[in-house]
Design a protein around this ligand. Structure first.
Ligand code: PLP
Length: 453
């Protein structure tokens, strides 16, 4: 019998990240300079990002990249993460399907984001920098980065979306405990923040706006660079540790997933989860059905456009070609499930555009129903983001129940939801509603895409 949990031993852990781009026929489109509309050069990017990370960002050719020993050592503090056979969920559903999940919530940040935070902080430290700046929405990324910076002795300045800063005081205090300074965004501390506040007084902020402030803070402070927790190629590269460990664990128990499911915000956990499997698919060695799951209230893949767009509200960042809802898009106020970024990783966007993966969207009440069902049988209290994947994994398992097919379903359980109890409270009190933007709502954001090509 397959064990409930499959771990790798320390010596079996991957020592290299896998770069899917090396096996992609159609490479993801390059970042463009917003002024000249020419591809960003390494030199231009190195004003914003650390040098080694710029190299990784631009490297479309090297399939395997060594994980520095210091990062491997840090990974060992909370990795390998278990590949779990969801026997209890299978039983509750009465499905013949075999369900597995990879659980990334076993660290204080509560999510997979630490995998890239430590890598980005390490390269910043190695370059001799004083500190890094970043944005955080729900707070998982800011927490992960604060942990990594504390470990390495780097300063960490976090711009936290104002509504989260106010609604998630405990998240904020975790970051401060790890030594980060946390500023609600938009703030009066940057030019772009002051401009946004003047134009939209009383705004509760957005991720796109916090990114603009963090980039300005980095580029205007000596010895600082900016780091980002998702979307970028380098982040997808670091997150490949999730998929590589999963693949090794599946090989160990002699299993192969038929369907791989992950939630998609900016695409980093999904990109990491699928990496080695997609590699096989790209090389024609194996086939998998891969499904990205996004909120119906922020449907970048399923209703967005594949186009160059700004990554931030202040339009200070490079342009990325991706599935986007427009950089001004903000999900409706009742949206509680995370995954609220307007765009998507360029790598995943290209793979989706080329038909190598599918995408679907789900409404938040159904996501919290799935989360609750999962928590009650599997024990883990899942993050709302992760629960998007749970919802679709359950749907696929129920399809197997109808057809009698014994498929192997694998999903990414990206984190825990302890800091999301206000959202759970709304659901438990029956006060959660669904809102699906109309075509007219989406047209507003899409009409403001920059004109490129
Ligand atoms: C940030 C986050 C996500 C979404 O980000 P991706 O870059 O799309 O992976 C999903 N789950 C959790 C728990 C997160 O913290």
């Amino acid at each position: 019998m397959v064990p409930y949990k499959t771990y790798l031993s320390e010596s079996e852990m991957p020592t290299q990240w896998y770069n899917m781009r090396a096996d992609m026929k159609n490479k993801p489109a390059p970042l463009l300079n917003p002024g000249t509309l020419q591809p960003m050069t390494a030199q231009e990017l190195s004003g914003v990002f650390c040098e080694e990370l710029v190299k990784q960002e631009l490297d479309n050719d090297t399939p395997y990249i060594d994980i520095p020993k210091e990062i491997c050592d840090f990974y060992r503090m909370y990795r390998p993460s278990p590949l779990v056979r969801a026997y209890c969920l299978e039983k509750a559903l009465g499905t013949p399907a075999r369900i597995y999940y990879k659980f990334e919530g076993n660290n204080t940040s509560g999510s997979h984001k630490l995998n890239s935070a430590i890598a980005q902080a390490y390269y910043a430290k190695k370059q001799g920098l004083k500190g890094v700046t970043t944005e955080t929405g729900a707070g998982q990324w800011g927490t992960a980065l604060s942990m990594a910076c504390a470990y390495l002795g780097l300063d960490c300045k976090v711009y936290m979306v104002k509504v989260s800063y106010e609604q998630k005081p405990f998240r904020r205090e975790v970051m401060r405990t790890y030594g980060a300074s946390v500023t609600p965004s938009p703030s009066e501390t940057t030019n772009v923040g002051r401009k946004i506040l003047a134009e939209h007084p009383g705004t509760t902020g957005s991720l796109g706006c916090a990114i603009s402030e963090a980039v300005e803070a980095a580029t205007s402070t000596e010895g600082y660079r900016y780091v980002l927790g998702s979307v970028l190629n380098q982040v997808v590269l670091h997150q490949s540790i999730i998929g590589l460990e999963s693949k090794l664990a599946f090989d160990k128990i002699g299993e192969k997933p038929d369907i791989i499911i992950g939630c998609a915000g900016g695409g980093s956990n999904l990109g990491g989860l699928i990496a080695p499997f997609m590699g096989q698919k790209l090389r024609g060695e194996a086939d998998y059905k891969i499904i990205a799951v996004e909120p119906a209230s922020c449907p970048s893949f399923t209703r967005g456009k594949f186009a160059y767009d700004f990554c931030d509200t202040g339009m200070v960042c490079p342009l990325a070609k991706m599935y986007t809802l427009g950089s001004g898009f903000i999900p409706s106020a009742n949206h509680a499930g995370g995954l609220r970024y307007h765009g998507m990783s360029s790598i995943l966007s290209q793979l989706y555009h080329d038909g190598l993966m599918e995408a679907t969207s789900v409404e938040q009440t159904s996501v919290f129903e799935a989360a609750t069902q999962f928590a009650r049988v599997e024990g883990i209290l899942p993050a709302p983001e992760s629960s998007h994947a749970i919802k679709v994994a359950i749907d696929e398992a129920l399809k197997c129940k109808e057809t009698g097919e014994e498929k192997t379903i694998f999903f990414g359980l990206t984190g825990t939801g302890y800091f999301d109890m206000v959202a759970y409270q709304k659901f438990n009190d029956g006060e959660m509603s669904d809102y699906i933007p109309t075509d007219d709502d989406l047209a507003v954001g899409l009409s403001k895409l920059p004109k490129v090509e």
